[in-house]
Ligand binder design. Structure first.
Ligand SMILES: [Mg+2]
Length: 184
């Protein structure tokens, strides 16, 4: 059995913890939370780059620290926002059986994985713009004889998979349910 994990809101508590922390660090640096949230709503639909986000706010407000310092302050807390139960399950099933397929800006997502200490949990890490379809097709083809489980919190990334083409692929819409039964 192989496993494909999404990062944000599956392995990493992005909405419930990371974003709250991000806005709080930005507020300490001098950006009122309301303004930061309003700007976030404008840019989040595209591939979100935290560095560009801070940079833009930096030009509007007199930030107390440099862009690099604020970026660092936000990123260094990422190990505290992991879904620890899931991380333990991944360690149990082993790196050889796990893939990470996440969507979005390269630098930011690379850093999130690196800073959070999860780089070594996976056989391969894919950060893709747009759809996850191609990468998941590739993983399914490389592991034809095995069952593959894809864990994802966003329905849209499940819907566009052409699942009928991959008889060995099973998807789970992750909403925080207990996953232990799937990791036996
Ligand atoms: Mg997600």
């Amino acid at each position: 059995m192989k496993y494909i994990f999404d990062f944000d809101d599956v392995l990493f508590n992005n909405t419930a913890q990371f974003k709250v922390h991000m806005f709080s660090i930005l507020a300490e640096a001098g950006v009122p939370e309301k303004s930061a949230r309003a700007h976030y709503l404008e840019v989040r639909e595209k591939e979100f780059s935290l560095r560009n986000f801070i940079q833009t706010l930096f030009t509007k407000y007199n930030l107390r620290y440099s862009v690099d310092v604020v970026y660092q302050q936000i990123m260094e807390q990422t190990p505290n926002f992991l879904n620890t139960e899931l991380v333990e399950l991944i360690k149990k099933i082993g790196k050889e059986n796990c893939y990470l397929v996440t969507n979005g800006d390269q630098e930011f997502n690379n850093d999130k994985v690196k800073y959070s200490g999860t780089s070594d949990l996976f056989k391969k890490i894919y950060i893709v713009p747009g759809t996850k379809k191609e990468v998941i097709r590739k993983i399914c083809e490389e592991n034809k004889t095995e069952e593959i489980l894809f864990l994802e919190d966003k329905q849209k990334f499940i819907d566009d998979l052409e699942i009928e083409k991959h008889p060995n692929l099973r998807t789970i819409l992750y909403t925080g349910q207990n996953l232990e039964p799937y990791f036996q």
